[in-house]
Ligand binder design. Structure first.
Ligand code: IPM
Ligand code: MG
Length: 350
């Protein structure tokens, strides 16, 4: 069965890295994927004011998955289009679990002096709530008395489903789950997250579950990352920690993610997952053949996996790893080697 993939390259280096991922996916799964490109991004927004088109979510629901590059452009200082497109899809398609695996493909890519080979965990970031939902406002804007509020939304339903997914994920791995929060200062949200955590713990007695404050977790991630297997956390902490985690993998260019609605896994009748590298649009590098396409390729592998093409997903991951290990491509793209050369090296491996 052929899978229909929506491709949104977006801004900056987005289209280049997505082109690299697409080439690799086509080689790994010949004839299995049909790609349809969409021009959503800053260029279109500046041209006709459209961010996420009115029928955009309905259009995306007809696809099996979305392959996404990055959004963000200095010509749109508010980055309004980026929020409306990317967050619009995360919220609108109810992609509540942002799954970000953290594992350096090669030990030497990890900047830690010790323990680099043992870094292997997954961050499950809540993706539809928190302070990301734009609830709040400004009072007396522009004045010396200005007040701004940004409300942190936490619902029982939202917290329960993402934690349940994390428990299930941990069960299929090393059975260790850390809840990362700030329950010592953000006490209301903290109480809800911890109550749900305790409830689920009794349903998953085989998973060793522990709570950790986010500041401590940031330190532990550098000091002793091997203690982590699965981390579940809220939208904002997940955003911050996964940039730190990406550095452990060898840089932002290496990090992959999948935005999922786990109950619709497979060739999703209820709607597609969205797969994107963790990095941003890096406008300064755009069009220079200097962007690392590996994060996008590995996101493509996550997409294959979610579509049930597990063997093909493995092949992509192995090809990237082998090309790196053999020195056929470098993790430091943009120096001695460009985006296209890295793509060719990985394609050759396949
Ligand atoms: C990410 C990004 C986004 C986020 C931005 C572009 C809104 O940093 O996917 O991690 O904060 O979620
Ligand atoms: Mg981020």
């Amino acid at each position: 069965m052929r899978r229909n993939i929506a491709v949104i390259g977006g801004d900056g280096i987005g289209p280049e890295v997505v082109a690299g991922a697409q080439a690799v996916l086509e080689t790994a799964a010949p004839g299995a994927l049909r790609f349809t490109a969409f021009d959503w991004g800053a260029e279109r927004f500046l041209r006709d004011g459209v961010t996420l088109p009115a029928d955009g979510l309905a259009t995306m629901r007809q696809f099996d998955a979305i392959l996404f590059g990055a959004v963000g452009d200095p010509r749109v200082p508010s980055n309004r289009h980026a929020a409306e497109i990317l967050l619009g899809m995360r919220f609108g398609l109810d992609l509540y679990a942002n799954v970000r695996p953290v594992r350096p493909l090669l030990e030497r890519l990890c900047p830690l002096k010790v323990g680099g080979g043992k870094v292997d965990f997954v961050v499950v970031r809540e993706n539809t709530e928190g302070p990301y939902v734009s609830m709040g406002g400004r009072f007396k804007p522009g004045s010396g008395d200005e007040v701004a509020t940004e409300t942190d939304i936490n619902t029982y339903r939202g917290v329960e489903r993402v934690q349940r997914y994390a428990f299930e994920l941990a069960r299929g791995r090393r059975r260790r789950l850390h809840l990362v929060d700030k329950a010592n200062a953000l006490i209301h949200a903290g109480a809800l997250w911890r109550r749900v955590f305790a409830e689920l713990q009794s349903q998953f007695p085989d998973v060793t579950a522990r709570a950790m404050f986010v500041d401590a977790a940031a330190m532990q991630m550098v000091r002793e990352p091997e203690q982590f297997d699965v981390i579940v956390t809220n939208n904002l902490f997940g955003d911050i920690l996964t940039d730190l985690a990406a550095a452990l993998q060898g840089g932002l260019g290496m990090a992959a993610s999948g935005n999922l609605h786990p109950q619709r896994e497979g060739a999703a009748p209820g709607g597609p997952g969205l797969f994107e590298p963790v990095h941003g649009s890096a406008p300064a590098l755009a069009g220079k053949d200097q962007a690392n396409p590996m994060g996008a390729m590995l996101s493509g592998a996550m997409m294959l996996d979610q579509l049930g093409m597990t063997a093909e997903a493995k092949r992509v991951e192995q090809a990237v790893t082998a090309a790196l290990a053999a020195g056929e491509c470098t993790a430091d793209v943009g120096g001695t080697m460009g985006t296209r050369a890295v793509t060719e090296a990985v394609v050759r491996r396949l």
